[in-house]
Design a protein around this ligand. Sequence first.
Ligand code: GLN
Length: 251
Amino acid sequence: MKKTLAIVFALILTVCCIASCGSKKDDAADEKEKLYMCTNATFPPYEYYDGEDIVGIDAEIAQKIADKLDMELVIEDMEFNSIISYVNSHDNAFGMAGMTVTPDRQESVDFTTSYAKGIQSVIVAEDSDIKTLDDLSGKKIGVQLTTTGDIYASDEFGSDYVVQYNKATDCVLGLKNGDVDAVIIDNAPAQVFVEENDGLKLLDTDYADEDYAIAVKKGDTELLNKLDKAITELIEDGTVQQIVDKYIPSK
Ligand code: GLN
């Protein structure tokens, strides 16, 4: 009798053990590995706040990438200027912020295939006497710190005339307050800012064609290849274009 009881007890123990091991495994499967998108959410329509959420072209493409990789997307909002160093010091992190591929940046991060084009534009006050790019010389130009707009403005007009802001939205505020005479920024956010703010207009002069791509830690070929494969598939099956069209309807 004692023996039978012992066997039954042992059996119950074994069943419990198997059951709990099984559920532990399921929990682990539910918990996906995190993938961090580093961005600066002041750059509509690529990344901006809608209430508490960060939405936009980049945010949606990043979600599709995470879905493909079966990872959980976490969006980290930071200054544009911090993205490259963050990416280089964290695993499973990538920079996606309407970020232009430049030779300088290519020295510190690796880029995926380009998924969008950018053009630099100039925003001025509606009644401004600035009509052409040449009229910008000697004027105060607002830019977002370390963006390509910052680099062009400093190179062409001299850094003494350039006012660097941390956020794109602060550049626009600076222009509205009269602290700067013009803002040099990418065309897509420039159009949004002009639509959303009275008294501003775009100069009819586009310059600098740029390619946007995703930045990863220098030398992390495993992450680079995964992201590159995912973004290439999303470009090829038309998903990227669909997302762009949703945010930038063609007129
Ligand atoms: N495309 C520009 C750059 O990469 C601006 C990007 C941004 O402000 N988010 O410098």
